[in-house]
Design a protein around this ligand. Structure first.
Ligand SMILES: Nc1ncnc2c1ncn2[C@@H]1O[C@H](COP(=O)(O)OP(=O)(O)OP(=O)(O)O)[C@@H](O)[C@H]1O
Length: 342
């Protein structure tokens, strides 16, 4: 028996109209998130991660717009539903946590009331019930002394506490999936680890799925079991976290992994990927990563690779690279190149 994913996105395209032409920011992204699964979406700044996430909840910043794409919930295509029903279906299923908790929260409303708002207005609870739900949620996200903190305003809390409040607000509509856009980027490393722990616990204890956007592979590695790697508006590789880290099957993932600082050898391993991503307002010929790719051959500059099954892990493991058959030798090839330059 096959179980349908909770969320599936097929061939999503998002454009941003410009004064001259358009920026094709999301170029055919497909992804899925299972029930109680934590999935990461990683890539450099500008790769289209946030727009992909926001498109799912109709929260695209103006003037960005969805050009095409299909969203399925529990295997049902919801894209054709009338606007109001679609909105309700999406917001019943998912809610979002943003990077900047200070702008996400209402500065003149007590934090507890902000959590209680959805139970009160959307779920039809009484004031007392909504307050009890909010306090319970504050407990769940690890806020000590929730009765006292219920009465505080956002500026009276630390960044980590505010982000916990945002997670509690996201949970207040009883979503099955949380979309989190760089939820810990603004926090220091210790607080970041605590907030990531909260997200992991929600999955384990409440079976809430997670789609986590981050430019930081270390953050995603602590939280997710499956990854999609985005480059220039497309998914270039996907697979189980451990497979992907052990054996990257796309040169971009390979380069990204080499750029993760290793705590023991910080300086040696902190490599940046030379070059810039392409201009997405221009047509791209061939593989978008080819100009920065250490393994590109002529064909890579002309032929666009499809995202196809790659490696022993079957359909879960996909890569969009014409050179994928040489992946096992990439480390060696880079080492040889470094020696030849000496
Ligand atoms: N409101 C907007 N107006 C114009 N361009 C935009 C807008 N929002 C995003 N873009 C552009 O769309 C592309 C994708 O942006 P997106 O925010 O999805 O990237 P990202 O991978 O999430 O990176 P970051 O972490 O920097 O947000 C980028 O080139 C960005 O500059």
């Amino acid at each position: 028996m096959t179980t349908e994913p909770l969320l599936e996105v097929r061939d999503l395209h998002v454009d941003i109209p410009l004064s001259h032409g358009r920026l094709h920011a999301v170029r055919g992204v497909s992804l899925s998130v299972g029930v109680a699964e934590s999935v990461g979406l990683v890539g450099e700044s500008g790769s289209g991660k946030s727009l992909t996430l926001r498109a799912l909840l109709g929260l695209l910043p103006r003037p960005a717009r969805i050009v095409s794409g299909t969203i399925l919930i529990d295997g049902e295509d919801v894209t054709g539903l009338p606007a109001k029903r679609l909105h309700r279906r999406l917001t019943d299923t998912m809610s979002m946590v943003f990077q900047d908790s200070l702008t996400a929260l209402n500065p003149v409303m007590r934090v507890g009331e902000q959590i209680a708002e959805a139970p009160l207005r959307r779920l039809g609870k009484s004031r007392g019930e909504a307050r009890a739900i909010a306090i319970d949620l504050m407990n769940k996200v690890g806020i000590a002394d929730p009765e006292r903190r219920y009465e505080l305003y956002p500026h009276e809390l630390s960044g980590g506490m505010r982000q916990r409040i945002c997670i509690a607000i996201a949970l207040s509509t009883k979503p099955r999936l949380i979309l989190a856009d760089e939820p810990t980027t603004a926090l220091d490393v210790t607080i970041q680890a605590q907030v990531l722990r909260v997200l992991r616990q929600l999955k384990q204890e409440e079976h809430v799925s997670l789609l986590l956007v981050s430019h930081d592979l270390a953050v995603v590695s602590q939280t997710c079991s499956r990854l999609y790697v985005m480059y220039a508006g497309k998914v270039v590789e996907s697979g189980a976290l451990l497979d992907l880290i052990a054996e990257p099957r796309h040169p971009y993932t390979f380069s990204l992994l080499r750029s993760v600082p290793d705590p023991d050898h910080r300086v040696d391993r902190l490599l940046t990927i030379p070059g810039q991503p392409p201009d997405l307002s221009q047509a791209i010929s061939g593989c978008s990563f080819a100009p920065r790719c250490p393994f590109a051959v002529d064909a890579c500059h002309h032929q666009e690779p499809a995202l196809e099954p790659a490696g022993a892990a079957g359909v879960e493991r996909r890569s969009a690279c014409l050179r994928v058959d040489t992946a096992e030798r990439w480390s060696e090839m880079v080492a040889e190149e470094a020696v030849s330059k000496q």
